[in-house]
Design a protein around this ligand. Structure first.
Ligand SMILES: [Zn+2]
Length: 665
């Protein structure tokens, strides 16, 4: 339920194998005017976004390299004569996904028992059981439900319920009334109707049912909080006895819901957004049962479209790939199946991946970097002039308690009860989803298992987990240009160092700072220090709200403030750590650049990214990360260290006036 805070989105930036490639520069632009353009403008000019991508950059390059490794692994597993358990699981799953002849010939038939269940719904009283049943299969109908560490007692796992149930990525897609949003909604309803037709509805029936879906989703969207408002962990925590939830939802009986999902009704749970469950309850009372049947069928089809026959896959891509992200072409089937494999049984695939692609030396060097950045943050906190002593002591306690995970879990998920065979593909995915739900629900009422991971080992990303107070770096991420064993310190601190610092700072951003050393939602700030923190955070919100991206959209300064605070803090910390590492040694220039300059060039290089306008708009609407060029120029224009490194004069765009500059960590 409570999602970790990821460092990067997959559409992040790009790579050269050792250090910085001068071919990426655009020397017609001065560093002081637009550093991002200077550092990677040459790359932007020469790079074409592949037709099957929403963008291109470092993260894509690393991702593509990982895909090549993974593909070798799964093909070998699928062909193995005498495979071990994990190899067989992965090989069979992959084979079922690649067996397009079977996938196409069975069509939607494997879902028939599910359609029959939905068809048998007679009255509103049957709705909760179906919602629970669909949730058990991983279909996100009506709401989000699962386990979470209790935000007020992070040693224990409780049940959590939150807003959800939408087909479009965020509630704002339903609520905005500009022309582009209206047109996208029309395309969405047409898409829902075509999916119904593919599943056997008449054209007229499909249209009417798609309208019914839109009516229900619009009502749920109206009852939902904005993405920015979901960032407040206190405002989104409402642990209550089940009897209190029942009072909020007089038309919903939760007993059959829990029976459907496969959980003994918990005595209490965290209802993240009580207004949302009230809106859901009102819809259950108001919407005709036939509308609900359409809604359930749609979510069943939507969540499984990628594993069904070609017409479903194509129709799904035409809306969610092309209309929403502007991507003209789908990725090749092997790559798509690998994505599903990673989502479904990622720790099985991950075991084979790390055995081949993650040397123990990488982990050791990474842990050393983490220790150095930790020391830099400790030093910063000890000397922050805006923080008073009681808050400083608590901040240091939190930093010292922060855990780190690198590479892969010490204890793997046990898949021995999961049945995977050579087909049909969609049934493998559904069984894996059910397995994941069962595993997740089994945690409720037990102590938190701190060894568990939220991302799989091949993932090209990293995260901070507030209730665990842990920073986590999967093996898939620890590669050039993020992490390069052959590069000098300046390059590595400018790249992975800034990201380590970024993750640590998440423990102290607008959201993370509300959790204490143990990961409990507890206020450890004195009013004076809190006031000063908020003044500084407001400066970041103002700065980023001024940036304008694709389609004339402004960056949402509130939504992105945590990531922007983490970016600014990450660079500052990693730079400090680099200075500690260099000490008094003479500054040796490489390719004409000082270590200080190479640090910032490496940072920009990591974030180089070219993105389709539709994809950038989608990101700006829903994602807490700002577009890459702002993630480079935004923080650097606040930093005196950057101005000094490149001799940026007062008044230049890359040097914000002293009064506007933001410094937090
Ligand atoms: Zn982050």
């Amino acid at each position: 339920m409570k999602t970790p805070i990821p460092a990067l989105l997959l559409c992040a930036a790009s790579a050269c194998l050792a250090g910085i490639d001068p071919g990426n520069f655009d020397t017609t632009v001065k560093p002081q005017d637009d550093f991002y353009q200077y550092a990677v403008g040459g790359w932007l000019k020469k790079t074409q976004i592949p037709a099957n991508r929403a963008g291109y950059g470092s993260a894509y390059e690393v991702y593509d390299r990982n895909q090549a490794i993974l593909r070798g692994i799964v093909e070998k597993a699928a062909a193995a004569k005498d495979p071990g358990f994990i190899e067989k699981l992965v090989g069979d799953f992959y084979s079922s996904g690649m067996d397009l002849a079977t996938v196409d010939s069975v069509g939607v038939a494997p879902l028939k028992p599910e359609f029959d269940r939905i068809g048998a719904i007679q009255s509103p009283a049957d709705i909760p059981a179906e919602v629970g049943h669909l949730q058990r299969l991983g279909v996100g109908a009506c709401l989000a439900f699962g386990s979470e560490p209790d935000p007020k007692d992070s040693s224990m796992v409780i049940a959590g319920m939150g807003q959800g149930g939408l087909g479009l990525p965020d509630r704002d897609y339903y609520l905005r009334d500009d022309e582009a949003s209206k047109s996208l909604r029309e395309k969405y309803v047409a898409h829902v109707a075509r999916m119904f037709e593919l599943a056997g509805s008449s054209p007229d029936g499909a249209r009417d049912r798609a309208q019914a879906v839109m009516r229900i989703e619009l009502a749920l969207a109206k009852g939902s909080k904005s993405a920015a408002d979901l960032r407040d962990p206190v405002a989104n925590y409402h642990k209550m006895p089940l009897s209190e939830l029942a009072k909020l939802t007089p038309h919903l009986d939760w007993v059959p819901f829990f029976a459907g999902i496969g959980l003994d009704a918990p005595a209490s749970l965290d209802v993240g957004q009580p207004d949302f469950v009230k809106a859901l309850d009102a819809q259950v009372a108001a919407a005709p049962v036939d509308d609900w049947k359409a809604y359930f069928e749609w979510h069943l089809l939507h969540d499984n479209a990628r594993y069904l026959s070609t017409p479903f896959v194509d129709e799904n891509f035409s809306f969610f790939g092309t209309a929403l992200y502007g991507t003209p072409k789908m990725r090749e089937r092997p790559e798509r199946v690998l994505v599903v494999l990673d989502e479904s049984v990622g720790e099985a695939l991950g075991q084979l991946y790390v055995a081949q692609a993650f040397p123990p030396e990488a982990k050791a060097r990474m842990l050393r970097l983490v220790a150095n950045i930790h020391a830099a943050l400790r030093d910063r906190i000890e000397h922050l002039e805006w923080m008073d002593e009681p808050t400083r002591a608590a901040a240091l306690a939190k930093l010292d308690a922060m855990g780190v995970k690198v590479g892969y879990p010490d204890k793997w998920i046990d898949y021995s009860t999961l049945v995977i065979d050579r087909g049909p593909y969609v049934l493998n995915v559904l069984r894996a989803s059910e397995f994941a739900t069962k595993r997740d629900l089994a945690k409720i009422g037990k102590p938190v298992d701190r060894t568990q991971w939220q991302m799989t080992p091949p993932t090209v990303n990293a995260y901070y987990d507030p209730p665990m107070n842990q920073i986590v770096f999967p093996a898939g991420f620890l590669q050039p240009p993020y992490f390069d064993a052959s590069a000098d310190d300046a390059v590595n601190y400018g790249a992975v160092g800034c990201i380590i610092g970024h993750e640590m700072t998440h423990g102290f951003d607008d959201e993370g700072r509300q959790f204490d050393a143990k990961g409990n939602l507890a206020d450890w700030w004195t009013p004076e220090s809190e006031k000063r923190f908020k003044e500084r955070a407001a400066g970041i919100v103002r700065q980023f709200s001024g940036y304008v991206g694709a389609g004339g959209l402004h960056v949402n300064g509130e939504l992105t403030q945590g990531e922007n605070i983490a970016d600014l803090g990450g660079i500052k910390l990693s730079y400090t750590a680099l200075m500690m590492a260099l000490g008094d040694r003479p500054r040796v220039r490489i390719d004409g650049f000082t270590p200080e300059q190479r640090f910032f060039l490496s940072f920009a290089n990591v974030w180089r990214e070219k993105q389709r306008p539709e994809s950038e708009q989608e990101q700006m609407n829903t994602d807490p990360h700002s577009p890459s060029r702002f993630r480079v120029n935004g923080p650097l224009s606040n930093l005196q260290e950057f101005a000094d490194a490149f001799g940026v004069p007062e008044g230049a765009p890359m040097r914000r006036p002293a009064a506007d500059r933001v410094a937090i960590w």
